[in-house]
Design a protein around this ligand. Sequence first.
Ligand code: ZN
Length: 363
Amino acid sequence: MTPLFAALDATGALRFISEVERGAECGCLCPVCGSPLVARQGAAYEWHFAHEASQERPECATAAHSMLRRLMTEHLQARGDAGELLLPPWRQRVAIVGALVNVHEEVQWHARVMGPLQWHPLGAAHEPVAQARLDTGVDLHLFVVVEDAPLPPEADGAQVVFRCSPPPASALRDRHALNLHLEQHGEMAWRHHPDSLGLAAAAQARLEARSAQVYRNWLAVADTAGGAARAGDVEAAPPAPLFYGPGAPATPEVAPRHTCAPDHAPNVSFTFYRLSDTQAWLLYRLDRKGPTDWRSASEKFYALAPHPHPFEGWTQALPETVGVADLSAGVVRCTSFLAAVTYLSRRTVLTRSDRDPAAFEGL
Ligand SMILES: [Zn+2]
């Protein structure tokens, strides 16, 4: 808990502990409850303001924190007035991870403040301290956060957070020391910027084109090696590179489960194939049953689930070379992963991959 290092004088102006007389002579008031304060400037402990007769209220405990936010805001405002409030470039990673591809692009752009910033130095902790229009066509919301404090909720428009580690007592004696600390330890970082220029969408389109090319190449190789007439006969084809699900961020116990994909393994990507208006499938890896750990098992089993739910004739819709319907599980158990990918890739009108099947809703 930061001690109260600044307070309001009789005129409402902000005074640091080193700028006032010692003890009750300081003439300062608590910024939260308005009670008179005493300036403690002993040598043995950190300088700070205290309530007279130690009448601290619980709500006054947050006074130092709101004071710090107000001073951080004033620091930014001074930088803005001097034309030195520069925003870092926005960076975004766009990626496609599917059965046969793992491609990504880094996208970045610069956004500049147009016109004056509207400052709100006395706002609540979850409110922006400044707002402005950006030359990227969206509204900027600027927040200040002292490290470890929770971030404001996500909202529309662009969000930038000015974050700083809690200043040591030596940086809280006067405004100059605090500004120096904020300059050295404060960090401006993007939280969100909408794709208002369409640059992320363009990168996504480029990746999808590359991904489609990878699938076409794979099918050409499979055709040459296996013969195009016999769908699913890809045993003679060279092994394809497999990127089926990136590394596991969640432990299997807490990984989300999806009822539309019975018995799916935790942390896998799902590939969606729409073959016609009435027929769509989810391809995914099955969880291991029994003592074998699916993560280290050499043999992996895959299933195709009719999506979003079983459709008329789903048990007969795929040839036996692709898989055999398991009525009790409600899925087609794949004979081989590559046979399924080859068969579906050749007939699909729309393919998507995602870790959450909800992304395929309405496709
Ligand atoms: Zn108070």
